[in-house]
Design a protein around this ligand. Structure first.
Ligand SMILES: C[S@@+](CC[C@H](N)C(=O)[O-])C[C@H]1O[C@@H](n2cnc3c(N)ncnc32)[C@H](O)[C@@H]1O
Length: 364
């Protein structure tokens, strides 16, 4: 059975933990440090910790930082339940309950459920406190989903992977006469959180920072020169806008009440030269973290770039960014069909990639 912590919350283009486990086995020893500059939901970080490696990650998206951060520093279940109970008591004691700010929120959530969600949104200090971060990550995983099938999600019927746009969602619910279910957020959170502990969490802690990965070395000064392995998957060329597609989860973490287009300009580069410059700047921000001899494994796809072009772009970008070192490709790339799980993660209406490619570089 896969570790239940992996699936706290779905995320776009997440790679399977098996892929990470293979790289750990091939290129690291116990206690080595592993880094993912585009850590997404934290697959590299969690799988590394579970396998006795140290792990750090960075991502510019608050949803990624929250979910991966929760996996990097898993609190005791007792602390999570105690905090939830305390929050529930506080919630019961307040007189003024928040009401849905728009048609969308009023149709997405039952008025009582919305008041609980809004209360938690106000109170959880997810950026600073590991217990609150874990609770926030669990909420992100149950915030929306197929409520006609699962009693464990808080919203009217919606996909679990992406947050659909507000106007579209309201129309869709109204056309079908769908009302939001009344769900007790505290009860669901206690259940959802407890389930994540049905296998022992990693004992060691890692660290995830919310940052542009160009600045990763500045944020991980204590790890400079120590990373043995990078396992990562950057945004693919012209594929998806992570922030727009996760807008409701971003709202919960303090973001806007409506989706914001191109919140992070690097999510969806459309011009190949800009794309390669962006990646080169990230490799530049990664370089000081690498130890003398290290390995970089990159999973990448993109309908507009063939495998050869990807290898060429990565090789020259890495060499350019790591001028003081030698960068050598260990093979010409291994390709795999995108599995259902990953295809699912792309927006309806976008052309899914059929293949993605894994490239491995030795850096000395
Ligand atoms: C393909 S996803 C990584 C998914 C990850 N492998 C997983 O299993 O969940 C790419 C990630 O890059 C992040 N990203 C985009 N631009 C970034 C930047 N400038 N700095 C850091 N992260 C960035 C996105 O937020 C997204 O989470």
């Amino acid at each position: 059975m896969r570790h239940p912590l992996h699936a706290i919350c779905p995320y776009f283009a997440m790679f399977p933990e098996r892929f990470v486990a293979e790289q750990l086995l091939a290129y690291t020893r116990p206690k080595d440090l592993v880094f993912d500059p585009f850590c997404g939901r934290g697959t590299t970080v969690l799988e590394s910790l579970l396998n006795g490696r140290a792990a750090i990650g960075s991502d510019i998206n608050p949803v990624a930082a929250c979910v991966a951060g929760a996996k990097a520093q898993v609190p005791e279940l007792q602390a999570v339940l105690a905090r939830l109970n305390a929050l529930e008591e506080l919630f019961e004691a307040i007189d003024e309950r928040a009401t849905p700010p728009s048609d969308f929120f009023a149709t997405c959530f039952h008025v009582k459920t919305f008041a609980q969600i809004a209360f938690l949104r106000e109170r959880l200090t997810w950026q600073d406190d590991p217990t609150d971060r874990f609770i926030a990550a669990v909420i992100l995983g149950v915030l929306h989903g197929e409520s006609h099938r699962s009693a464990m999600c808080l919203s009217n019927r919606m996909p679990r992977t992406i947050s659909t746009k507000p106007d579209y969602s309201v129309r869709w619910w109204r056309e079908r006469g769908l009302e939001p279910p009344e769900r007790d957020a505290f009860k669901i959170l206690r259940q959802a959180a407890s389930f994540r502990y049905s296998k022992l969490p990693p004992r060691a802690h890692g660290k995830v920072v919310l940052t542009d990965s160009r600045k990763a070395a500045e944020r991980f000064v204590e790890h400079n020169g120590k990373v043995a392995l990078v396992v990562t998957s950057p945004p693919y060329l012209d594929t998806t806008d992570y922030s727009e597609d996760q807008w409701l989860r971003l709202w919960f973490l303090g973001g806007s009440e409506r989706p914001v287009h191109r919140l992070n300009r690097d999510d969806r580069h459309t011009v190949p030269t800009d794309y390669w410059s962006f990646l080169s700047e990230v490799w530049n921000g990664t370089e000081p973290l690498l130890r003398e001899s290290s390995t970089i494994v990159i999973r990448i796809g993109g309908t507009r770039l063939a495998k050869d072009a990807l290898l060429e772009g990565l090789q020259s970008g890495l060499s350019e960014a790591m001028k003081r070192r030698t960068v050598r490709a260990l093979h010409s790339g291994r390709s795999s069909e995108i599995t259902k799980r990953q295809t699912n993660s792309f927006r309806p209406g976008t052309k899914p990639e059929r293949l993605e490619h894994d490239f491995t570089f030795q850096v000395t």
